[in-house]
Write a new protein. Structure first.
Length: 238
């Protein structure tokens, strides 16, 4: 039996208790990540992803990530929060998954075995959209229990207990990265130019254009937190 794209969690956010839902998509044509299991973490309040972002409700899934932008009134111009800089385009895959949710198109994966089956033998991307720290850890433990590897990133280490063995710490500044390294954590950092890499501590993302796209995320496997003994990862802003 082949795994199906399914709902793997529906319940309160670990960030603020608001209702969220997680959908695991089993097939992906993403050229950077490769065909990984993709996980979409969405607000579960009936509003579409753009409106949740515009009104600031996406705090429950993105927390204090600076790339969310600044919440505005519902009648303010535009479809997104002011100054949103996140690379995830909400009107693409995120909106497609949300619309399918509204149609009850996804079955629910109940319990450990059903969730584990989705990730079995696969690379898993935790947080294709949304921060994985918003989801109870047991969900990821189940999804990864038979997987061959994962990628995961979190901006929430200053407000939540984020497991550095599971997540790369998303560092917004060199100072944040240095602090994380001092504590034995690995980071993922967006830089302005290649020369901003801290030699000896960081390497350029192998899947990036600047590194010649010599790997995809599913073959690279480096963004797996401190569970992988490697240098931290940096990527040039795009």
């Amino acid at each position: 039996m082949k795994a199906q794209s399914s709902i793997i969690y529906r319940g309160p956010s670990e960030i603020d208790g608001s209702p969220i839902v997680v959908v695991a998509i089993v097939e992906s044509s993403n050229s950077k990540t490769g065909n990984m299991v993709q996980t979409y973490i969405l607000c579960d309040n009936g509003l579409d992803p753009m409106l949740n972002n515009k009104l600031g409700h996406d705090f429950s899934i993105c927390g204090n990530c600076q790339f969310r932008g600044e919440a505005v009134a519902i009648d303010a111009p535009g479809k997104h929060a002011k100054g949103r800089k996140c690379y995830v385009k909400l009107f693409q895959g995120v909106l497609i998954v949300w619309k399918q949710l509204q149609k009850d198109a996804y079955p629910i994966a109940y319990g450990h075995n059903a969730i584990a089956f989705i990730g079995a033998g696969r690379m898993v991307r935790i947080g294709t959209y949304g921060d994985g720290a918003a989801v109870p850890r047991y969900i990821w433990d189940s999804l990864l229990s038979e997987a061959v590897g994962h990628t995961a990133y979190s901006h929430q280490s200053d407000i939540l207990e984020v497991d550095p063995n599971l997540f790369m710490i998303s560092a917004d500044t060199k100072a944040e990265a240095l602090e994380a390294w001092d504590n034995g954590k690995r980071t993922f950092r967006v830089i302005d130019q290649i020369d901003d890499i801290v030699q000896g501590f960081e390497i350029l993302c192998p899947a990036s254009k600047e590194a010649g796209r010599r790997a995809t995320c599913d073959t690279c496997k480096l963004c797996a937190g401190a569970s992988t003994k490697a240098k931290s990862i940096a990527i040039v802003k795009h």
